[in-house]
Design a protein around this ligand. Structure first.
Ligand code: 3H9
Length: 653
């Protein structure tokens, strides 16, 4: 092996048996920043002109091959050389170029690899073109080269969904040529050596296999239906399905589409979400704080929520001990959990061995004492203060002093629960969203006396559960339900002011919510919120604006879809506007002397957004949320706010 040559601050090369091994080292993810592009170009020029170089291997330092273009450079003036020009140089080099894919090859990273003449990967690599998730399309040849390599249908599926493929799938599809079981770079060097003097397979020069129009239509239809009005997936479909045209034409179209989308509001919103997700786990006061080790999780209450939490915990490799009030209830809980695991098995998310292993890590009991081995106990019992306090006091007596107690309460004050325990500093809130094994959001509640390492443990467990944790302070409903209440309130004000439920729902769906608010109410049923309003009636400030329409609907037996009528009517199960509801709303307006006015779609959207953002501002002022982007994540991942609008705090800016 020769001495190392530096081509730039982030790109270096060594010669091994006549092969120039070029290593990109641009922490954290080897993104193709300006210095990487410049270094890579220099390395290629060197390889081209040097008689001592017969071929090139490109690889990445650390655990990533290339994480893609440097997203932080988007929005800044582009520096030469551009990624497409470097990639063109790779593809056209007279000497063989082999990609040694040591880890994630994503976006521009896979585009670099696609232009190489051979791709060999480690067994832990992953490949994909996730650009649509950032509101853009691949901008350095991905939409044109991938179809040439694997055909239009498979490329369409990957590019328009942004899905990541593991090496086995990548090999089967033909994205990579070989998986090296060990010693990737030496294996790549051997491949490169072997290619010297042979005719090179240049991806851009391959013919695109003709695709069946009906099949393409089917795949595209599915993708566009999911896109909910976003531009990038539609553009990806257009570019990939037209990859049969000459390469240069396709590349030019791809590049201009990429540049237009990159500068769009939609892409800015999705970039905001990308960085917000990484920012949210950086929590003040936790720098250098080690989480406590957690191996066994106790779950109290094995209803829908508790079972979902159990499935998430088993999937993450924890041992789970479920507790319920009686042996029968505990056994029912066990059956519910096994039922969910069986669903994962039949859908292919879990294989037989994984299923058996998870089942073996689950036990259930009706005896508190059996929770003694737990490192963390999460309660998901009935949302009643006395029930929870009683449970935590009982647990205090059986679990170890360093074990953590987490409450999954939605509306109660966890500080009151903590205060009633022997060690309030070990109490935390873990507010899961239903179904808990599916929903990604987890509000981690920092109580008044929560110890830093307890909070750090909550975050570490959440990550292991593959959740997106957002830290919230204590307030009624935490971040999400506080904002959701403001959103709901505003929708009801709009009703009184002149809009109808279907108009509000249509405006929300047009904005990108999967379903309008009133349709959601009907689906969930109106009775629980009604009961809560009745409980709150005595303490409600009479000077506060209160909309009675929902109460009137409930009194009339309109309790939602299950009752056959709610905010809408459901003849033959189909949601329809009901004149009876309109009459109730008109009567409520008349009773208050409100002269209704009409609202445009944009006005409705603006009022709803402003209400959410104003509540968000209040949460920031009160110190409940640490940053606006945390609020955005909560609303996107827990309440259906469209990610491509960036969340309520981003959208108002
Ligand atoms: C593209 O390629 C366009 C091209 O088609 C066209 C070009 C012309 N840039 O996720 P992590 C940061 S678009 C800048 O926690 P992991 C991230 O913010 C791109 N920064 O690590 C974080 O910073 P901090 C297409 C980036 O090990 C740190 O790296 N590519 C980028 O769990 C660690 O990130 C993608 O969409 C970037 N591209 O996962 C892939 N990526 O420490 C996006 C990450 O300050 N990236 N950072 O918080 C990923 O999916 C994951 O980061 C990856 C590593 C799987 C690579």
């Amino acid at each position: 092996m020769s001495e190392t040559t530096s081509f730039s601050a982030t790109v270096s090369g060594t010669i091994d048996n006549g092969i120039l091994v070029v290593t990109l080292d641009n922490a954290p993810v080897n993104a193709t920043s300006g210095d990487v592009r410049a270094g890579l170009e220099k390395a290629l020029s060197h390889a081209e002109s040097s008689a001592s170089v017969d071929a090139v291997v490109i690889t990445g330092a650390g655990k990533t091959f290339i994480g893609g273009a440097d997203i932080k450079e988007f929005g800044k003036p582009a520096l030469d050389p551009t990624l497409p020009s470097v990639i063109e140089k790779i593809e056209n080099l007279e000497k063989p170029v082999v990609a040694a894919i040591n880890g994630a090859a994503l976006g521009g990273g896979l585009e670099v690899a696609l232009a190489c003449h051979y791709r060999i990967s480690s067994p832990t690599a992953q490949v994909g073109l996730p650009e649509v998730k950032l509101g853009i399309v691949p901008g350095a040849g991905g939409t044109q080269r991938l179809p040439r390599l694997i055909g239009i249908p498979a490329a369409l599926d990957l590019i328009a969904s942004g899905r990541i493929a593991k090496p086995d799938e990548a090999l089967k599809l033909g994205i990579i040529d070989q998986i090296a079981q060990n010693d990737l770079v030496p294996a790549a060097v051997a491949v490169a050596r072997n290619l010297v003097g042979k005719s090179l397979r240049r991806t851009g020069a391959l013919d695109v296999a003709p695709a069946d129009a009906a099949e393409l239509e089917k795949i595209s239809g599915k993708i566009l239906a999911k896109a909910r009005g976003q531009k990038a997936p539609a553009e990806a479909v257009r570019l990939v399905t037209s990859a049969t045209r000459p390469l240069a034409e396709g590349l030019a179209d791809e590049r201009s589409t990429f540049l237009t989308l990159r500068d769009s509001r939609e892409a800015a919103a999705l970039r905001h979400v990308f960085f917000a997700e990484r920012e949210s786990s950086k929590v003040d006061g936790l720098e250098g704080v080690e989480p406590r080790p957690v191996k066994t999780i106790g779950i109290c209450g094995l209803g829908l929520m508790g079972s979902g939490i159990a499935v998430a915990a088993l999937g993450a490799g924890y041992a789970v001990i479920g507790l319920d009030q009686t042996a029968e209830a505990a056994e029912k809980g066990r059956e519910r959990i096994i039922g969910l695991l069986e669903r994962n098995l039949s859908s292919g998310r879990l294989d037989q061995a994984g299923f058996e292993a998870q089942k073996a890590r689950l036990s259930v009991t009706a005896s508190d004492a059996d929770l003694a081995p737990c490192d963390l106990v999460i309660e998901a019992v009935f949302d009643d203060l006395n029930v929870k306090i009683d449970l935590f006091q009982r647990l205090d007596r059986v679990i170890r002093p360093e074990a953590i107690l987490a409450t999954n309460t939605s509306y109660l004050n966890p500080d009151e629960i903590a205060a009633a325990t022997a060690h309030p500093e070990r109490v935390i809130g873990m507010h899961f969203f239903s179904p808990a094994h599916v929903m990604r959001l987890l509000e981690v509640v920092r109580c008044a006396r929560t110890a830093p390492d307890v909070l750090a443990t909550g975050l570490a467990v959440a990550k292991k559960l593959r959740k997106l944790p957002v830290v919230t302070g204590v307030t009624e409903g935490f971040i999400g339900n506080r904002i959701f209440s403001a959103y709901r309130r505003e929708a009801e004000f709009l009703l009184e002011d002149g809009a109808l439920p279907h108009e509000i729902d249509a405006a929300l769906e047009n904005y990108g919510f999967p379903m309008g608010l009133f349709a959601v109410y009907d689906m969930a049923g109106l009775e629980i919120a009604w009961a809560r309003r009745k409980r709150q009636a005595a303490t409600r400030d009479p000077a506060e604006r209160y909309v009675e329409i929902a109460d009137t609907l409930c009194e009339a037996g309109r309790l939602g879809q299950k009752a056959g009528r709610g905010w809408y009517a459901y003849p033959d199960g189909k949601r329809t506007v009901d004149p009876e509801v309109t009459a109730i709303i008109e009567a409520a307006r008349a009773k208050k002397g409100i002269t209704p006015r009409s609202f445009s779609t944009e006005e409705i959207q603006q009022r709803m957004l402003q209400a959410m953002a104003a509540e968000g501002e209040a949460l920031l002022k009160e110190g409940i949320a640490a940053r606006p982007s945390d609020i955005d994540l909560v609303m996107i991942n827990g309440y259906g706010f469209p990610a491509h609008k960036g969340g309520p705090m981003f959208a108002r800016s």
